[in-house]
Design a protein around this ligand. Structure first.
Ligand code: FEO
Length: 403
């Protein structure tokens, strides 16, 4: 006998999602606090399910729905986003509920067909700005193309001023406190930022455009219901998450220097610490040393959100960088953080290929390189460490002139 319950979030909307306490890897993004897959039930003359959950969690969603209405009462499903963490429960829901229609964007129809191949002919396109009345429920759809998939869209439930924002304004955080204000603000800040850094950052220009598109609509938004993490319902919190997203999407220069490295016999580590020592000599600029042996790539991505420079170090191993450093470069290249200064550094024995590789990769990442890379043969001398400190000072001074 089950007793998983839906959670009422407005008079007519229930959270019927699932909590994934165990999730630690979201295709390369380290989700240290798990996640939720939020689905929502809108009650009315014709009940509507907004998004579904990841396949293995369908039974959890169904239990929660059943705590409010029988599943077969659902008349419609809205698919705001076709990524599998929200859609892989869809085929089973179609079988159980036999909805009359599934509403999605034009690209959503194709995406759902490409994922599931044999869906019944009930997919129905909704256009950007389209309004729809289903019984006593009034909806508006807003296309959010490439935020972060081509088919992504928002659904606005006008009767209760709820914005179902799919991934936008969400975070990977497993919590039973469904409302944001009941969670630790420091955790919300960290996880919402990490989500932006690891999922949305490459689409920053589109994020800024999104706000330009939705502001003229003058929607009253009483509650933001994303598909991951808590729901924002305090006016102040809604304003803050909007402002923060805008600020992050601008990718400004911040007074922080991120120094990431891996090391073989501590030589590159000593160089990293010497660089940090130079940075700290410039008041107001903070160094953050991130050895890759103890920092996930997604944490580095988060820290770079509010940084002004990125210094990257690796010794040479078999004419390459250390694998952890190559991994980080591959990941960060895709995230496309703009407006960073930087340089590379590292030790070597008989060839300094890692330095050449790092320099090339940092140029490809559009990092503005300061001076020349610093390399140390085997173990850094006092002079090499002094050069590292000077580099740290120089980078810090440069950031000060740009903020
Ligand atoms: Fe939560 Fe883009 O899927």
């Amino acid at each position: 006998m089950s007793n998983l319950q839906a959670i009422k979030i407005t008079d007519r909307v229930y959270w019927v999602g699932a909590i994934d306490w165990a999730l630690r890897d979201f295709h390369g993004y380290h989700t240290s606090k798990g996640s939720t897959y939020n689905a929502y039930l809108i009650l009315g003359e014709e009940p509507i399910l907004v998004d579904t959950v990841k396949g293995p969690f369908v039974s959890e969603m169904i239990e929660r729905i059943k705590s409010v209405i029988p599943v077969e009462k659902i008349q419609y499903i809205i698919s705001n986003h076709a990524e599998m963490d929200h859609s892989s429960g869809l085929p089973e829901m179609i079988q159980l509920a036999s909805p009359k229609k599934i509403f999605t964007s034009q690209a959503g129809i194709q995406a759902l067909r490409d994922h599931f191949h044999q869906l019944p002919d009930i997919l129905c396109k909704v256009a950007n700005g389209e309004t729809l009345t289903l019984g006593n429920t009034h909806l508006k759809f807003i296309e959010t193309k490439m935020l972060h998939w081509p088919e992504s869209m928002f659904t606005y439930f006008a009767d209760e001023e709820v914005l179902f924002s799919q991934d936008a304004f969400g975070m990977h955080l497993a919590t039973q406190e469904i409302f944001a204000e009941h969670n630790d603000p420091a955790v919300l800040y960290r996880e919402a930022g990490t989500y932006f850094a690891n999922i949305l950052l490459p689409y920053s220009p589109l994020v800024l455009q999104l706000f330009k598109n939705i502001e003229p609509l003058k929607l009253n938004i009483r509650l933001i219901a994303p598909v991951h993490g808590p729901i924002w319902r305090k006016a102040e919190d809604i304003q803050n998450i909007f402002s923060w997203w805008k600020k992050l999407a601008e990718q400004k220069i911040y007074p922080k220097v991120v120094i990431a490295y891996d090391t073989m016999w501590q030589s590159t580590a000593k160089m990293a610490i010497a660089i940090a020592d130079g940075v700290i000599q410039e008041p107001g600029i903070t160094p953050l040393v991130m050895p890759l042996s103890s920092n996930e790539r997604s944490s580095v991505a988060f820290e770079l959100l509010e940084a002004g420079a990125f210094l990257l170090g690796s010794p040479t191993l078999n004419q390459q960088t250390l694998p952890s450093v190559a991994d980080l470069i591959c990941y960060l290249k895709g995230l496309k953080r703009k407006n960073l200064f930087g340089q590379c550094f590292g030790s070597y024995g008989w060839g300094a290929e890692s330095i050449t590789l790092l320099k090339e990769e940092m140029q490809k990442m559009s990092i503005t390189l300061i001076d020349e890379p610093i390399k140390a043969r085997y173990v850094p001398t006092v002079d090499v460490l002094s050069s590292c400190t000077d580099l740290g000072k120089k980078v810090a001074r440069l950031i000060k002139t740009k903020i």
